[in-house]
Every structure is written in C-alpha cells, then in structure tokens.
Design a binder for this molecule. Structure first.
Ligand code: NAD
Length: 462
C-alpha cells in the first residue's frame, strides 16, 4: 500500500525534508502544454461526471475518504518530511484525519432545491448546478487539507478539477491525488505540478470556470485581475493577521494552552492563527508568564520523532520573514520573553517559539503577518483601543475574544473578521462556513454555503 504514496521518481526539481534538508524526492515540472492538456481532459470528463448525479458521486467520494484513511500513515509521513509538521499534535496525522472528515461531509451534506414561490399561479424553484471545470490553487502550510477543502465540494457538485499544489509541497499533494484517483473515474481530478507561471496560466485559462484559491493576498489580487479575462468565479482565502483580545478577569493559567495552540498550531504557519495578542493590563503579566511556561514545555524538532509537536519553518523565505520581524521588534524595544534567535542546533529552518512583550501597534511584528512561531503581545487598558487596533489592518480572516462569554460576545460583534471565536482560536468544522473579509478574501468554504460556492444557481420557473 505504501509504495504508491512515495515521492514520484524521475526528472524535476529536488524537494528537501524541511527538518533535515535531505532530498526526499523530485517534483515534476509540468509545462504550459501539460496544463492545457489537463484542462481539456477535465472539460471533456465533466458532463459524464455531472450526469452521475449526487448519490453516485457521494458514494464514490465516501470510497475516496476510505482510501485516504487506508493510506493515512504513509501520506502523513511524506507530509511530515516535506512540510515539516510533526506526525503528532495538531499536525500531520491530524491533517490526514481532517482530509477524510471533510470529504465525508462534502459527500453527504444535502443541498435540496428551494421552492421560492408556489402560490397557485407561479411555481419557481432554485437549484444548484455544476459550474464546469474548477482550477484549485493551494499553499504549502496545510497542503493536503486545503486541497481537499477545494476539491471535495467541487467534485460533489459535479465539477471536474485541475489542482495545482504549492511548488514547496507538491509531493504529498500528488501522492494524495494518486490515492484519490484509484477510486475516481479518469480525468475528474487532475494534479499539475509547477510554479507560479502554471498557477497564473491555470487561473486565466479560458476553459476554467471557477478558481478556488488559498494563499497570499498579493497572489489573490493577480487572480482577480486574471478573472477579468475568463470571468471565472472566485473563492479567495487569503492571508490574515488575526487579533486576540484578552479581557480583564481571565484565569491566565486556564486559557494558556488554548491561547498557545491558537497561535502556534503548525508552528504558527496557519492562515487563521492568532497573530497579535492584546491583553488587558490587569492580567498582562500573568498571561505572558503562563504562555512562556507552555512554550518552554512544548517539544520542537524533526517531525518524524514521535515526541515532537512543533517543527521547522517550511522554507527559507518564511524563516527569513520570522527572523526579520523578531530582530526588528528587538531593535524597537520589544522584550523577548522566550526564544528570540534561530534554533540552529535543531537544523537550518528551526526557529523557537518566540514571545515578544511590550510591543505596540505600528511595529512590523504587529502589523505584518509573521506566519511562523512568534507572537507579539500588546498591553491595553481600554477595550475600545483594543477593538480599534484589532480592526486597524486591511485584513480580516479570524479573531478571538477571551473572558466572560457575554462580554466577549459583545466585543466579538464589533470585530471585522470572517470568524470570531470566543475563548478559543482557529478551530474549523466541516459544517461551519469559513471565509475572510477585507484583504483576507471573499467567498465561503465548508457546509452548505461551501457547496453553493462551487455551483451556479438556476431557477426553474413553471
Ligand atoms: P502564495 O500566494 O505565494 O502561493 C499560493 C499558491 O498560488 C501557490 O500554489 C503558488 O504557486 C500559486 N501562485 C503564485 N503566483 C500565482 C499567480 N500569479 N496566479 C495563480 N497562482 C499563483 O502563498 P503561500 O506563500 O503558499 O501561502 C501563504 C499565505 O497563504 C499566507 O498569507 C497565508 O495567510 C495564506 N493562507 C490563507 C489561508 C486561508 O484559508 N485564508 C489558508 C492558508 C494560507
């Protein structure tokens, strides 16, 4: 079983183990002609896939989920090496579990036609039909789970999909697709390995009807521009800089674990991670100390070591961003509570959990998305200031408020973000819609709304 989830052999680009920097495989570099051929095949396969109907597609997708479960350990090990995330903790094995869970929900969630008017004279219904060929473009942080988030609802609704993984994490996604394609009919799901140019060509191709994109805001803007040409519908899940607000009166020790994982799930490389923490003056020191205690007890190291739950940065570019932001904070008066310099003893891309206290809005570590294992902790005295600062940036993916539930809900209603969690941060659920506001994108994934977003509405009147 495991043989077929090994990295593909042959020509291509070396892919390194994120922790050890050993070559683990070679990613094929596919050409524009390969992409055009893939889109043509997906387009040809789409009508027959749609014609199978919901029940048959659901049955096949449930079998795909079973195949992923059967291959989960092999896929998790490849993911762990390529992406860097440890097997344990909310990491590689957890990601594989999410893949099959999301597939099963996308397969089985009902989406019935709605009767809009039925007054004896007019009978009008709203149905949801397949769009056509979906282009799915994914990032390197949760490469398998995000691919499934894009692909599963698209297939369920009768679309075919051409999917392009990040150039940083192609091997695990191609392995996942090969497992899925042992169940699916030919050309319903096609993986294409390549860089930014292939992503650009996919999103602008005239035969692409919908683009599901997860990645940076800068790339998302280019996809919006490309959509002027092919009028592809878009779902854009982009960067964030999620604020957390800790209200007075919290029990710091009781919330420390949840705060920690809200910020540092996947070693901080998570779109909806807690990226700037506003803590009321009355509990500031306790919260900082409690977070420090958790950080210093949480093991970091190579992902295949069962003891570790934190790993390296996935790539040098992201490592350099984290290092730059911490150095800038230090130079501008930030107080490093723990961490603060590369963990070179662990390997080239390891950076320790770094808590930076006594920072303020306007500093780069607060204003820019770090997407890694560092958290700025900002002191406030008036919750109005914390709310204003939370809303100050031009992104709005997630946010959280910590404290008395009723007070927290009142604050939550005033935060500009697609999701506001109360006393937790970042948890997603296959039936709860997820999406951003402002520069974090538009469109919703998951649940019934997610199915609608990969379909076109059609009115049957009469
Ligand atoms: P990225 O935008 O650099 O790359 C994402 C994907 O887009 C890759 O597959 C890349 O090859 C492709 N791409 C690059 N240029 C393109 C173009 N011109 N046209 C089409 N595709 C193109 O992002 P990344 O560095 O891989 O991911 C990190 C970012 O993603 C962070 O900002 C993070 O917050 C965000 N993210 C958001 C979510 C979410 O759900 N909102 C989830 C994960 C990551």
């Amino acid at each position: 079983m495991l043989a077929r989830v090994q990295a593909p052999e042959g020509e291509g680009r070396d892919i390194l183990d994120a922790a050890t920097r050993e070559v683990i495989g070679r990613a094929p570099e596919q050409t524009a002609a390969d992409l055009d051929d893939a889109i043509a095949r997906a387009k040809a396969a789409q009508p027959a896939w749609e014609a199978r109907g919901h029940a048959e597609r659901a049955e096949l997708l449930l079998k795909v989920a079973d195949a992923i479960d059967t291959n989960a350990e092999g896929l998790a090990r490849l993911l762990s090496r390529e992406q860097g995330k440890p097997l344990n903790g909310p990491n590689a094995r957890f990601e594989l579990g999410a893949c099959s869970a999301w597939l099963r929900t996308a397969a089985t969630t009902p989406l019935e036609p709605e009767v809009l008017v039925d007054d004896g004279q007019v009978h009008a219904e709203l149905h949801y039909r397949a769009i056509g060929v979906v282009g799915a473009i994914s990032p390197w942080n949760w490469p398998l789970m995000i691919t499934i988030w894009q692909v599963a609802p698209s297939l369920r609704m009768g679309n075919t999909v051409v999917t392009k993984p990040s150039e940083y994490t192609p091997l695990s996604v191609l392995a996942l697709i090969s497992v899925m394609n042992e169940v699916l009919p030919a050309d319903v799901l096609i993986g294409i390995s390549g860089g930014r140019e292939i992503g650009a060509r996919l999103s602008s191709h005239p035969d692409i009807d919908k683009v599901m994109f997860t990645g940076s805001t800068a790339t998302g803007r280019k996809i919006v521009e490309a959509s002027a040409g092919n009028l592809a519908r878009l779902t854009l899940e982009m960067g964030g800089n999620d604020a957390g607000i800790v209200l007075p009166g919290v029990d710091a020790a009781a919330i420390a674990q949840d705060l920690f994982w809200g910020a540092f799930i996947n070693t901080g490389q998570t779109c909806a991670a807690l990226k700037r923490l506003y803590v009321h003056d009355s509990v500031y020191d306790e919260v900082v100390d409690a977070l420090k205690a958790v950080a210093e007890q949480t093991p970091m190291g190579p992902g295949l070591d069962e003891a570790n739950v934190l790993g390296p940065l996935q790539n040098k570019q992201q490592f350099d961003i984290v290092n730059r932001l911490v150095e800038d904070a230090k130079a501008n008066g930030g107080r490093v509570v723990t961490g603060g310099a590369p963990a070179s003893d662990l390997g080239e891309l390891f950076y320790p959990i770094t808590l930076v206290a006594d920072v303020t809005d306007g500093m780069a570590i607060v204003d820019e998305e770090q997407f890694g294992p560092t958290l700025p902790i900002i002191r406030y005295t008036d919750v109005e200031d914390a709310i204003a600062n939370a809303n100050r940036l031009d992104v709005g993916l997630g946010a959280s408020v910590w404290g008395d539930r009723d007070q927290a809900r009142t604050v939550a209603a005033r935060i500009q973000a697609g999701t506001v969690w109360i006393n937790s941060h970042g948890g997603v659920h296959p039936m709860i819609p997820f999406g951003g506001v402002k520069g974090s994108g538009y469109g919703l994934e998951f649940g019934v709304e997610g199915l609608k977003s990969v379909a076109v509405p059609q009115i049957i009147n009469g």
